[in-house]
Design a protein around this ligand. Structure first.
Ligand SMILES: Cc1cc2nc3c(=O)[nH]c(=O)nc-3n(C[C@H](O)[C@H](O)[C@H](O)COP(=O)(O)OP(=O)(O)OC[C@H]3O[C@@H](n4cnc5c(N)ncnc54)[C@H](O)[C@@H]3O)c2cc1C
Length: 487
């Protein structure tokens, strides 16, 4: 029997249940299809860059084992049907995705192919426990992380991954494939010049994980440092399925014996749980990728980004708000495709609370610029910070970017790296240069309004306005949704 193995968000050979199942059944043909609408799921510029390099790595791994990746472009159902005709394949397998649009799309493809007599099987490649397997005692979906995570732990974290095949059957040389470059995934302008630290692909994922292991015991505290030196930076590798959470946990179990202690390991594994929780919410509340989970926000009066708030949104996107820690984080995102979790919360809080701009504007910018853009995690992060989501930050929690920077970038190295025009300021003036005296600014060569912007918003006054605006709709945290610290 010949089976098409349709690769999507599972760009690896190890622990790939769809691939393993297909190999057990017989001959396989690895396939990748670039959908023309770029909607299922939508992928931004940074993700497309990653995908290009990750597909390249996958091609190399398949070639090394005697197979090859057949690349096509077009509507996936039509392309799969073409491949069935060309190869005589009688079955198709894939690993499931969790983005609501992608799930709906996959379901319709499955129905259409089954109606033509094709065997279709899908597998859990990318999560510990898929959303439809975990419920609370009332058999309802959890909306709070801690009990959800306890239920996941109870369901078991020891889920042995499957090894990669040593060899693969050859693919008929007559079967045509597009060259990877034909998909035009890399940006036309050299925007990716700063993406130097990334190594997309399975080998890159393992190199990243192994480099992080010596840091894991310090993770619980070091994860807060804004320069990112205490975290794993595995997000994109996980999103593209170059490494699975099962593999990470198994590796930790093998080397350290437990993933529930000590503190650093437990905390890191709990963060993988937040990734699962994002997917869980996207599955059970699919409308929330584009609408607030808390319905009281349906009619919330965000400022209009097509008119009066447009300049503020642009300044935020370009790292020109005049608030150093925010600008450093936004410039780091633009140049490297990555931003630290706490920095994501700081910039999201400024956008949604101080600037009163709809979280969906920020989420869309992140989806376009993050290499680890992941619709479920991104939605959960934005809705949490805006106070519109499950388990959300209460409306009165508004991050103070000055205090956050003083605490988590105490020496100012992160700000100096990304805002060279402020680099010569003494640390005590770095976090709020508008409050520094003119002699201090002058000695550092800073002219506010010329070399670096005045702040676009008064932090104190906008905080008061946000409190008034948010309290109007009585966004007190409902008792059934207790607030928790964001991971
Ligand atoms: C506004 C906002 C937007 C976000 N957008 C995304 C996004 O598009 N894609 C994304 O993967 N994460 C997103 N996050 C979550 C988190 O910021 C990133 O997962 C994390 O910063 C990635 O860096 P890391 O790999 O070094 O994380 P580490 O701290 O090393 O954590 C390891 C892994 O755990 C998972 N993880 C950690 N924290 C979270 C979290 N809070 N929510 C979900 N998963 C988590 C990620 O897969 C991460 O790679 C967002 C958070 C916020 C506040």
């Amino acid at each position: 029997m010949t089976t098409l193995v349709w690769f999507r968000q599972d760009l690896r050979l190890q622990d790939n249940p769809a691939l393993t199942a297909a190999l057990t059944a017989g001959h396989i043909i690895p396939v990748y299809i670039q959908a023309p609408d770029n909607k299922t799921p939508p992928e931004g510029g940074a993700s497309r860059w990653w995908r290009h390099h990750s597909l390249n790595a996958l091609q190399n791994s398949l070639n090394a084992r005697g197979s090859r990746l057949i690349i096509r472009s077009g509507e996936p159902l039509a392309q799969l049907q073409n491949l069935i005709q060309e190869t005589g394949a009688t079955a198709i397998v894939w690993n499931r995705r969790m983005e609501p649009a992608a799930r709906a799309h996959d379901a319709s493809i499955k129905t259409a192919l089954k109606a033509c007599g094709i065997e279709v099987h899908s597998f859990n490649g990318n999560y510990l426990h898929e959303p439809w397997t975990i419920f609370n005692k009332q058999n309802k979906p959890f909306q709070v992380f801690t009990p959800y995570w306890k239920a996941v732990i109870a369901a078991g974290l020891n889920l042995p991954p499957q090894p990669a095949p040593d060899t693969l059957p050859p693919v008929d040389a007559a079967l045509t494939s597009l060259p990877l470059n034909a998909l035009r995934l890399v940006p036309a302008i050299p925007w990716d010049a700063g993406f130097t630290e990334w190594q997309p692909g399975e080998d890159g994922a393992w190199a990243r994980f192994e480099a992080f292991l010596p840091l894991i015991d310090a993770y619980a505290d070091a994860r807060n440092w804004l320069d990112g030196s205490g975290v794993s930076k595995l997000g994109a590798h996980l999103h593209f399925g170059e490494i699975s959470p099962r593999q990470i946990i198994q590796s930790l179990l093998d080397t350290r014996g437990s993933v529930l202690e000590p503190r650093g390991i437990e905390h890191f594994v709990r963060e993988l749980g937040w990734r699962e929780f994002g997917a869980y919410l996207a599955f059970h509340f699919p409308h929330t990728v584009d609408a607030p989970l808390d319905e009281r926000f349906n009619t919330f009066a965000w400022r209009d980004v097509h008119t009066e708030a447009m300049t503020d949104l642009r300044a935020w996107q370009r790292g020109q708000t005049g608030i150093p820690v925010v600008d450093a984080a936004m410039r780091c995102l633009w140049q490297t495709g990555w931003m630290h979790n706490r920095a994501r919360m700081i910039v999201a809080s400024l956008l949604t609370k101080n600037l009163a701009i709809d979280w969906r504007e920020g989420a869309a910018w992140f989806m376009d610029t993050l290499v680890d853009a992941d619709e479920p995690s991104n939605t959960a992060g934005w809705q949490w910070t805006a106070g519109t989501g499950a388990d959300a930050a209460p409306y009165f929690r508004i991050f103070n970017p000055i205090l956050q920077a003083e605490k988590f970038d105490a020496e100012g190295a992160f700000i100096r790296r990304w805002i060279p025009e402020l680099a010569r300021l003494p640390t005590k003036a770095l976090f709020a240069p508008w409050a520094a005296d003119s002699a201090t600014l002058g000695q550092a060569g800073v002219i506010l309004g010329q070399t670096y912007p005045h702040p676009i918003v008064d932090l104190k006054a906008s905080r008061e306005r946000a409190l008034a605006r948010f309290s109007q709709i009585k966004t007190f945290t409902p008792t059934h949704l207790p607030a928790e610290a964001m991971p």
